[in-house]
Design a protein around this ligand. Structure first.
Ligand code: ATP
Ligand code: MG
Length: 364
Protein backbone atom coordinates (compact mmCIF):
# COMPACT_ATOMS: atom_id res chain seq x y z
CA UNK A 1 0.00 0.00 0.00
CA UNK A 2 1.37 3.38 -0.98
CA UNK A 3 0.62 5.94 1.71
CA UNK A 4 0.93 9.73 1.57
CA UNK A 5 1.06 11.79 4.75
CA UNK A 6 -0.29 15.22 3.87
CA UNK A 7 0.59 18.45 5.70
CA UNK A 8 -0.63 22.01 5.12
CA UNK A 9 0.76 23.67 1.99
CA UNK A 10 2.01 27.25 2.02
CA UNK A 11 -0.23 29.49 -0.11
CA UNK A 12 2.71 31.73 -0.99
CA UNK A 13 4.71 28.88 -2.55
CA UNK A 14 4.81 28.91 -6.32
CA UNK A 15 2.04 26.83 -7.88
CA UNK A 16 0.27 26.24 -4.56
CA UNK A 17 -2.96 28.11 -5.33
CA UNK A 18 -4.48 30.13 -8.18
CA UNK A 19 -5.20 33.21 -6.06
CA UNK A 20 -4.00 33.82 -2.54
CA UNK A 21 -6.89 34.64 -0.22
CA UNK A 22 -7.30 34.92 3.54
CA UNK A 23 -6.69 32.48 6.35
CA UNK A 24 -9.79 32.29 8.53
CA UNK A 25 -7.83 29.83 10.69
CA UNK A 26 -4.27 30.84 11.53
CA UNK A 27 -2.09 28.81 9.24
CA UNK A 28 0.52 26.26 10.22
CA UNK A 29 2.12 23.62 8.03
CA UNK A 30 2.23 20.78 10.61
CA UNK A 31 5.04 19.36 8.49
CA UNK A 32 7.21 18.31 11.45
CA UNK A 33 4.41 16.18 12.89
CA UNK A 34 3.65 14.75 9.42
CA UNK A 35 7.31 13.65 9.39
CA UNK A 36 6.89 11.96 12.79
CA UNK A 37 3.82 10.11 11.50
CA UNK A 38 5.55 9.10 8.31
CA UNK A 39 8.65 7.83 10.18
CA UNK A 40 6.37 5.81 12.40
CA UNK A 41 4.54 4.31 9.40
CA UNK A 42 7.93 3.29 8.01
CA UNK A 43 8.94 1.65 11.31
CA UNK A 44 5.61 -0.20 11.20
CA UNK A 45 6.61 -1.68 7.86
CA UNK A 46 5.44 0.90 5.33
CA UNK A 47 7.77 0.67 2.35
CA UNK A 48 6.26 3.45 0.27
CA UNK A 49 5.42 6.40 2.48
CA UNK A 50 5.45 9.85 0.90
CA UNK A 51 5.21 13.29 2.48
CA UNK A 52 3.13 15.73 0.45
CA UNK A 53 1.91 19.29 0.92
CA UNK A 54 -1.79 20.06 0.53
CA UNK A 55 -2.17 22.46 -2.39
CA UNK A 56 -3.68 22.48 -5.85
CA UNK A 57 -1.12 20.01 -7.19
CA UNK A 58 -2.02 17.37 -4.63
CA UNK A 59 -4.50 15.35 -6.73
CA UNK A 60 -2.00 15.15 -9.60
CA UNK A 61 0.81 14.02 -7.26
CA UNK A 62 -1.42 11.37 -5.64
CA UNK A 63 -2.28 10.07 -9.07
CA UNK A 64 1.34 10.13 -10.34
CA UNK A 65 2.62 8.31 -7.25
CA UNK A 66 -0.25 5.78 -7.29
CA UNK A 67 -1.18 6.59 -3.70
CA UNK A 68 -3.66 4.12 -2.16
CA UNK A 69 -4.35 5.84 1.17
CA UNK A 70 -3.75 9.31 2.59
CA UNK A 71 -3.06 10.27 6.18
CA UNK A 72 -4.34 13.80 6.72
CA UNK A 73 -2.22 15.93 9.01
CA UNK A 74 -3.24 19.29 7.65
CA UNK A 75 -5.30 22.28 8.73
CA UNK A 76 -5.66 23.47 5.16
CA UNK A 77 -4.03 26.10 3.01
CA UNK A 78 -6.39 29.09 3.08
CA UNK A 79 -10.02 30.17 2.85
CA UNK A 80 -13.13 29.15 4.75
CA UNK A 81 -13.46 25.76 6.46
CA UNK A 82 -9.88 24.86 5.47
CA UNK A 83 -9.85 21.80 7.72
CA UNK A 84 -12.26 20.07 5.32
CA UNK A 85 -10.67 20.92 1.97
CA UNK A 86 -8.30 17.96 1.71
CA UNK A 87 -10.88 15.36 2.77
CA UNK A 88 -13.45 16.87 0.37
CA UNK A 89 -10.94 16.58 -2.47
CA UNK A 90 -10.10 12.98 -1.52
CA UNK A 91 -13.81 12.10 -1.47
CA UNK A 92 -14.04 13.57 -4.96
CA UNK A 93 -11.06 11.71 -6.40
CA UNK A 94 -11.87 8.47 -4.54
CA UNK A 95 -8.86 7.96 -2.30
CA UNK A 96 -9.53 6.73 1.26
CA UNK A 97 -7.93 8.61 4.13
CA UNK A 98 -7.22 8.62 7.83
CA UNK A 99 -9.05 11.73 9.02
CA UNK A 100 -12.53 13.15 9.45
CA UNK A 101 -15.00 13.42 6.59
CA UNK A 102 -15.55 16.97 5.30
CA UNK A 103 -18.73 17.69 7.26
CA UNK A 104 -17.30 16.41 10.55
CA UNK A 105 -14.00 18.24 10.03
CA UNK A 106 -15.89 21.49 9.39
CA UNK A 107 -18.27 21.02 12.29
CA UNK A 108 -15.49 20.30 14.75
CA UNK A 109 -13.35 23.15 13.50
CA UNK A 110 -16.21 25.66 13.76
CA UNK A 111 -16.72 25.89 17.49
CA UNK A 112 -20.18 27.50 17.19
CA UNK A 113 -21.41 24.63 14.96
CA UNK A 114 -19.93 22.00 17.24
CA UNK A 115 -21.44 23.65 20.31
CA UNK A 116 -24.87 23.78 18.68
CA UNK A 117 -24.60 20.02 18.15
CA UNK A 118 -23.59 19.57 21.79
CA UNK A 119 -26.57 21.65 22.92
CA UNK A 120 -28.96 19.68 20.73
CA UNK A 121 -27.56 16.44 22.16
CA UNK A 122 -27.82 17.66 25.74
CA UNK A 123 -24.05 17.63 26.26
CA UNK A 124 -22.48 20.31 28.49
CA UNK A 125 -20.71 23.29 26.91
CA UNK A 126 -20.29 26.84 28.24
CA UNK A 127 -23.10 29.29 27.43
CA UNK A 128 -22.29 30.97 24.13
CA UNK A 129 -23.35 33.19 21.32
CA UNK A 130 -21.73 33.73 17.94
CA UNK A 131 -21.52 37.14 16.33
CA UNK A 132 -20.53 38.34 12.88
CA UNK A 133 -19.53 42.04 12.89
CA UNK A 134 -19.65 42.12 9.10
CA UNK A 135 -23.39 41.46 9.18
CA UNK A 136 -24.52 43.97 11.79
CA UNK A 137 -23.36 47.29 13.18
CA UNK A 138 -25.04 46.57 16.49
CA UNK A 139 -23.10 45.68 19.61
CA UNK A 140 -23.63 42.01 20.44
CA UNK A 141 -24.15 42.69 24.16
CA UNK A 142 -27.06 45.04 23.45
CA UNK A 143 -29.10 42.48 21.53
CA UNK A 144 -32.10 40.60 22.84
CA UNK A 145 -30.36 37.35 21.93
CA UNK A 146 -27.41 38.15 24.19
CA UNK A 147 -29.77 38.88 27.10
CA UNK A 148 -31.76 35.71 26.52
CA UNK A 149 -28.57 33.63 26.50
CA UNK A 150 -26.55 35.19 29.29
CA UNK A 151 -29.39 36.53 31.49
CA UNK A 152 -27.94 38.16 34.60
CA UNK A 153 -24.42 36.89 33.94
CA UNK A 154 -22.22 39.99 33.63
CA UNK A 155 -18.80 38.45 32.92
CA UNK A 156 -16.05 37.57 32.57
CA UNK A 157 -16.45 36.34 29.00
CA UNK A 158 -14.13 34.59 26.60
CA UNK A 159 -14.01 35.97 23.07
CA UNK A 160 -12.37 33.75 20.48
CA UNK A 161 -12.36 32.78 16.80
CA UNK A 162 -14.87 30.06 15.87
CA UNK A 163 -12.03 28.38 14.01
CA UNK A 164 -8.83 28.82 15.96
CA UNK A 165 -5.80 26.98 17.14
CA UNK A 166 -3.16 27.14 19.83
CA UNK A 167 -5.14 29.65 21.93
CA UNK A 168 -4.47 32.35 19.35
CA UNK A 169 -6.76 35.39 19.51
CA UNK A 170 -8.46 34.04 22.62
CA UNK A 171 -9.30 36.92 25.01
CA UNK A 172 -10.86 37.28 28.43
CA UNK A 173 -13.23 40.27 28.63
CA UNK A 174 -14.50 41.33 32.03
CA UNK A 175 -17.45 43.57 31.17
CA UNK A 176 -20.20 43.25 28.53
CA UNK A 177 -19.50 46.85 27.39
CA UNK A 178 -15.94 45.87 26.44
CA UNK A 179 -16.97 42.95 24.26
CA UNK A 180 -17.45 44.91 21.04
CA UNK A 181 -13.86 46.12 20.72
CA UNK A 182 -12.47 42.63 21.26
CA UNK A 183 -15.00 40.99 18.93
CA UNK A 184 -14.05 43.50 16.22
CA UNK A 185 -10.37 42.77 16.80
CA UNK A 186 -10.87 39.00 16.37
CA UNK A 187 -13.05 39.60 13.31
CA UNK A 188 -10.38 41.81 11.73
CA UNK A 189 -7.94 38.90 11.85
CA UNK A 190 -10.25 35.99 11.00
CA UNK A 191 -12.98 37.50 8.75
CA UNK A 192 -15.34 35.00 10.30
CA UNK A 193 -17.91 34.53 13.06
CA UNK A 194 -16.65 35.29 16.56
CA UNK A 195 -17.58 33.28 19.63
CA UNK A 196 -18.57 34.84 22.96
CA UNK A 197 -18.56 32.39 25.87
CA UNK A 198 -19.11 32.36 29.57
CA UNK A 199 -15.72 32.13 31.33
CA UNK A 200 -15.21 28.85 33.19
CA UNK A 201 -12.92 29.44 36.13
CA UNK A 202 -12.18 25.88 37.22
CA UNK A 203 -9.61 23.23 36.32
CA UNK A 204 -8.82 22.45 32.70
CA UNK A 205 -8.46 18.97 31.21
CA UNK A 206 -7.85 17.26 27.90
CA UNK A 207 -8.84 13.76 26.91
CA UNK A 208 -8.41 11.90 23.65
CA UNK A 209 -10.81 9.45 22.05
CA UNK A 210 -10.54 7.39 18.87
CA UNK A 211 -12.05 4.30 17.24
CA UNK A 212 -12.60 0.77 18.49
CA UNK A 213 -9.52 -0.91 16.99
CA UNK A 214 -6.30 -0.38 18.89
CA UNK A 215 -2.78 -1.78 18.94
CA UNK A 216 -0.80 -2.58 22.06
CA UNK A 217 2.79 -3.67 21.55
CA UNK A 218 1.93 -4.25 17.93
CA UNK A 219 -1.03 -6.54 18.70
CA UNK A 220 -4.37 -5.42 17.33
CA UNK A 221 -7.55 -5.73 19.32
CA UNK A 222 -11.12 -4.57 18.82
CA UNK A 223 -12.75 -3.00 21.87
CA UNK A 224 -16.49 -2.72 22.56
CA UNK A 225 -16.38 1.04 22.86
CA UNK A 226 -14.25 3.87 21.49
CA UNK A 227 -10.76 4.00 22.97
CA UNK A 228 -10.54 6.83 25.47
CA UNK A 229 -7.08 7.75 26.71
CA UNK A 230 -4.61 10.43 27.65
CA UNK A 231 -6.62 12.30 30.29
CA UNK A 232 -4.40 15.11 31.56
CA UNK A 233 -4.82 18.32 33.47
CA UNK A 234 -3.49 21.44 31.83
CA UNK A 235 -1.74 23.16 34.69
CA UNK A 236 -2.53 26.87 34.75
CA UNK A 237 -0.20 29.26 36.55
CA UNK A 238 -1.91 31.15 39.40
CA UNK A 239 -2.23 34.30 37.27
CA UNK A 240 -3.03 32.43 34.03
CA UNK A 241 -6.73 32.70 33.13
CA UNK A 242 -6.43 30.79 29.86
CA UNK A 243 -3.88 28.18 28.83
CA UNK A 244 -1.01 29.85 26.96
CA UNK A 245 -0.53 28.82 23.37
CA UNK A 246 2.03 26.15 22.54
CA UNK A 247 3.31 28.64 19.97
CA UNK A 248 4.24 30.99 22.83
CA UNK A 249 5.42 28.45 25.38
CA UNK A 250 6.20 24.81 24.47
CA UNK A 251 4.06 22.15 26.11
CA UNK A 252 6.54 20.62 28.48
CA UNK A 253 5.89 17.82 30.95
CA UNK A 254 5.53 20.27 33.86
CA UNK A 255 2.62 22.04 32.16
CA UNK A 256 0.55 18.91 31.85
CA UNK A 257 -0.21 16.56 34.69
CA UNK A 258 -1.42 12.99 34.24
CA UNK A 259 -4.48 12.35 36.39
CA UNK A 260 -3.79 10.46 39.59
CA UNK A 261 -5.66 7.11 39.54
CA UNK A 262 -6.76 7.52 43.18
CA UNK A 263 -7.01 11.23 43.84
CA UNK A 264 -8.54 12.08 40.48
CA UNK A 265 -10.62 8.90 40.02
CA UNK A 266 -13.97 10.70 39.91
CA UNK A 267 -12.73 13.39 37.54
CA UNK A 268 -11.14 10.78 35.26
CA UNK A 269 -14.39 8.81 35.11
CA UNK A 270 -16.39 11.95 34.25
CA UNK A 271 -13.94 12.82 31.47
CA UNK A 272 -14.04 9.31 30.04
CA UNK A 273 -17.85 9.28 30.00
CA UNK A 274 -17.94 12.70 28.36
CA UNK A 275 -15.45 11.69 25.67
CA UNK A 276 -17.28 8.43 24.94
CA UNK A 277 -20.60 10.27 24.66
CA UNK A 278 -19.25 12.97 22.38
CA UNK A 279 -17.63 10.36 20.12
CA UNK A 280 -20.78 8.23 19.92
CA UNK A 281 -23.41 10.98 19.75
CA UNK A 282 -21.63 13.01 17.08
CA UNK A 283 -20.90 9.85 15.10
CA UNK A 284 -17.15 10.53 15.07
CA UNK A 285 -14.90 8.11 13.23
CA UNK A 286 -11.36 8.93 14.22
CA UNK A 287 -9.22 10.69 16.80
CA UNK A 288 -10.26 13.93 18.51
CA UNK A 289 -8.92 15.63 21.63
CA UNK A 290 -11.55 17.19 23.84
CA UNK A 291 -10.67 20.32 25.76
CA UNK A 292 -12.76 20.51 28.89
CA UNK A 293 -12.98 23.10 31.61
CA UNK A 294 -14.94 23.05 34.84
CA UNK A 295 -16.86 25.82 36.53
CA UNK A 296 -16.35 26.97 40.12
CA UNK A 297 -18.41 23.97 41.33
CA UNK A 298 -16.34 21.44 39.41
CA UNK A 299 -19.00 20.68 36.78
CA UNK A 300 -17.35 19.93 33.43
CA UNK A 301 -18.06 21.65 30.13
CA UNK A 302 -16.68 20.81 26.69
CA UNK A 303 -14.79 23.74 25.17
CA UNK A 304 -14.00 22.05 21.89
CA UNK A 305 -13.06 18.81 20.13
CA UNK A 306 -9.85 19.25 18.16
CA UNK A 307 -10.24 17.39 14.85
CA UNK A 308 -6.49 17.11 14.29
CA UNK A 309 -4.82 16.90 17.66
CA UNK A 310 -1.09 17.35 17.76
CA UNK A 311 0.61 13.97 17.23
CA UNK A 312 4.17 15.05 17.83
CA UNK A 313 6.27 12.03 18.81
CA UNK A 314 7.44 12.51 22.42
CA UNK A 315 11.08 13.57 22.54
CA UNK A 316 12.94 14.64 25.69
CA UNK A 317 11.04 17.31 27.60
CA UNK A 318 8.74 18.15 24.73
CA UNK A 319 5.61 16.16 24.19
CA UNK A 320 2.04 16.49 23.00
CA UNK A 321 -1.11 16.36 25.08
CA UNK A 322 -2.34 13.24 23.34
CA UNK A 323 0.91 11.26 23.49
CA UNK A 324 2.11 12.23 26.96
CA UNK A 325 0.53 9.31 28.83
CA UNK A 326 0.49 6.55 26.21
CA UNK A 327 2.83 4.39 28.31
CA UNK A 328 0.10 4.13 30.97
CA UNK A 329 -1.96 2.17 28.45
CA UNK A 330 0.94 -0.09 27.49
CA UNK A 331 1.21 1.76 24.19
CA UNK A 332 4.05 3.36 22.29
CA UNK A 333 3.78 6.19 19.76
CA UNK A 334 3.96 3.58 16.98
CA UNK A 335 1.10 1.67 18.60
CA UNK A 336 -1.04 4.80 18.44
CA UNK A 337 -0.23 5.36 14.77
CA UNK A 338 -0.94 1.69 14.00
CA UNK A 339 -4.22 1.96 15.96
CA UNK A 340 -5.44 4.91 13.91
CA UNK A 341 -4.44 3.27 10.64
CA UNK A 342 -5.90 -0.14 11.49
CA UNK A 343 -9.11 1.38 12.80
CA UNK A 344 -9.62 3.27 9.55
CA UNK A 345 -8.96 0.16 7.43
CA UNK A 346 -11.43 -1.72 9.63
CA UNK A 347 -14.04 1.02 9.19
CA UNK A 348 -13.54 1.14 5.43
CA UNK A 349 -13.96 -2.59 5.02
CA UNK A 350 -16.86 -2.96 7.45
CA UNK A 351 -18.89 0.19 6.73
CA UNK A 352 -17.74 1.57 3.37
CA UNK A 353 -17.35 -1.53 1.27
CA UNK A 354 -18.48 0.28 -1.86
CA UNK A 355 -15.70 2.81 -1.43
CA UNK A 356 -12.74 0.46 -1.08
CA UNK A 357 -12.75 -1.73 -4.17
CA UNK A 358 -9.29 -0.39 -4.97
CA UNK A 359 -7.87 -1.25 -1.53
CA UNK A 360 -9.52 -4.68 -1.71
CA UNK A 361 -7.77 -5.32 -5.04
CA UNK A 362 -4.39 -4.91 -3.26
CA UNK A 363 -5.19 -7.98 -1.16
CA UNK A 364 -5.39 -10.22 -4.21
N1 ATP B 1 -15.22 29.49 28.04
C1 ATP B 1 -13.98 29.41 28.51
N2 ATP B 1 -13.75 29.52 29.84
C2 ATP B 1 -12.49 29.46 30.33
N3 ATP B 1 -11.39 29.31 29.58
C3 ATP B 1 -11.56 29.20 28.26
C4 ATP B 1 -12.85 29.24 27.65
N4 ATP B 1 -12.68 29.11 26.31
C5 ATP B 1 -11.35 29.00 26.10
N5 ATP B 1 -10.68 29.05 27.29
C6 ATP B 1 -9.21 28.96 27.46
O1 ATP B 1 -8.58 29.29 26.24
C7 ATP B 1 -7.83 28.17 25.75
C8 ATP B 1 -8.00 28.06 24.24
O2 ATP B 1 -9.36 27.92 23.93
P1 ATP B 1 -9.90 26.84 22.89
O3 ATP B 1 -9.45 25.50 23.32
O4 ATP B 1 -11.36 27.02 22.76
O5 ATP B 1 -9.20 27.35 21.56
P2 ATP B 1 -8.05 26.84 20.61
O6 ATP B 1 -7.26 28.01 20.19
O7 ATP B 1 -8.68 26.02 19.54
O8 ATP B 1 -7.21 25.91 21.52
P3 ATP B 1 -6.07 24.84 21.27
O9 ATP B 1 -4.86 25.44 21.93
O10 ATP B 1 -6.57 23.68 22.04
O11 ATP B 1 -5.91 24.62 19.82
C9 ATP B 1 -8.37 26.97 26.50
O12 ATP B 1 -7.39 25.98 26.60
C10 ATP B 1 -8.76 27.58 27.84
O13 ATP B 1 -7.63 27.73 28.69
MG1 MG C 1 -8.34 24.05 22.78
Amino acid sequence: MRIAVVYGGDKSAEGAVINQTINTRTWKSYQAVAEDISESLKRLGGQQVHLLAEDMSLARKLSDLGIDLVWLNTGGVQGYNPMSHASAMLEMVGIPYVGHDPLTASTLDNKHSFKRDLLALGLPTPLFMSWHPGRSDAAAHETRRFKSIFGDYGGPFVVKPVSGRASQHVHVVDEPEDLKATIDEVYDVTHNHVLIEKFMSGREFCIAVCGHVIAKQGQLERCDSPFVFGAVERVLEPDEMIFTSMDVRPITVDRIRALDPVEDAVVARQLEDLATEVFAELGLETLVRLDVRSDEDGKMYVLEANPKPDLKAPKGEKTSLVCASLANYGMSYDDLILSLLADRIDLLFSQRRGAVAHLASLLK
